[in-house]
Ligand binder design. Structure first.
Ligand SMILES: NC(=O)c1ccc[n+]([C@@H]2O[C@H](COP(=O)([O-])OP(=O)(O)OC[C@H]3O[C@@H](n4cnc5c(N)ncnc54)[C@H](OP(=O)(O)O)[C@@H]3O)[C@@H](O)[C@H]2O)c1
Length: 237
């Protein structure tokens, strides 16, 4: 199990999307990590709940963490939306549906932006602290060779821009803090299940999270504002 050694010990960790495939593995790993005094896992079915389309629930969760005492050292946003019973990834412009686009942006971009709004101010002014949001390589504009998946790609590209913008504001008062987007690789979860083609290397959530924690541990202030793969490689926008 990967242990974090670069963060000042005794702080708090938060996982949002803690009931998802990758989020659940983050919660399990961080709860075992002695670097943290306590780890909070939030999701739509936790107490208090966090629903990304309800800003009040995000503000209440941040308040809950703020009153816990120790400084907040790590926030992992492992939420995201690719498909549900209503919407499937678009193969063509013929499939475009404004309701699908709006939902993809609400969960993959606006929601994480609201997490930044309410959790970034809780990061301490001294010492390393990290806000990491799960994005996806398919959100990279320069890497887009295949097309398709319109809503998801565009919403993740928007998320990447939000991360970059947040990192600039964060650095003004928190010089050692880091705000990044992470690509977990193809991971066995409800989100990827219907689309994991044969030939693709599919990792377990625990494997991916072990790699991502190692990446988080290596990040320094000079790395803030970037998109990083689970391999540690900085990906192009
Ligand atoms: N799996 C992959 O291969 C892969 C590849 C690249 C990037 N990613 C990214 O990794 C992240 C985690 O994905 P995953 O594979 O772990 O998928 P997952 O198991 O489907 O988890 C998605 C999480 O998002 C949460 N969520 C969705 N809508 C929400 C809302 N309105 N409010 C609060 N939470 C909401 C879900 O909460 P509920 O439990 O309440 O439904 C769930 O915890 C996503 O950002 C995804 O885009 C995954």
């Amino acid at each position: 199990m990967t242990r974090l050694t670069s963060l000042p010990p005794g702080g708090l960790a938060v996982v949002v999307g803690a009931q998802g495939g990758i989020g659940g593995a983050f919660l399990a790993a961080l709860e075992e990590d002695p670097a943290f005094a306590r780890t909070f896992g939030f999701g739509r079915r936790t107490a208090p709940p966090v629903d990304l389309v309800d800003e009040g629930s995000i503000a209440a969760a941040a308040e809950h963490v703020a009153t816990a005492g120790p400084p907040l050292r790590l926030v992992v946003d492992a939420t995201g939306f690719l498909h549900d019973g209503r919407f499937r990834p678009e193969k063509s412009w013929r499939d475009l549906d404004p309701a699908h686009l709006a939902h993809a942006f609400a969960v993959n971009a606006s929601g994480p932006a609201l997490l930044m709004k309410h959790f970034l101010p809780l990061l301490p002014r001294d010492g390393k602290a990290v806000f990491a949001t799960l994005s996806a390589k398919v959100g990279s504009i320069s890497d887009n060779q295949l097309g398709g998946w319109w809503s998801y790609r565009a919403a993740k590209a928007a998320l990447n821009q939000l991360v970059r913008t947040a990192s600039i504001e964060l650095a003004r008062k928190r010089r050692q803090a880091v705000c990044v987007a992470l690509h977990p690789g193809t991971v066995d979860s409800g989100l990827s299940g219907p689309f994991a083609k044969t030939g693709l290397q599919v990792r377990s959530p625990a494997q991916s999270v072990g790699n991502l924690l190692a990446v988080i541990d290596r990040l320094g202030p000079a790395d803030t504002g970037g998109l990083y793969s689970h391999t540690g490689e900085r990906l192009p926008w």
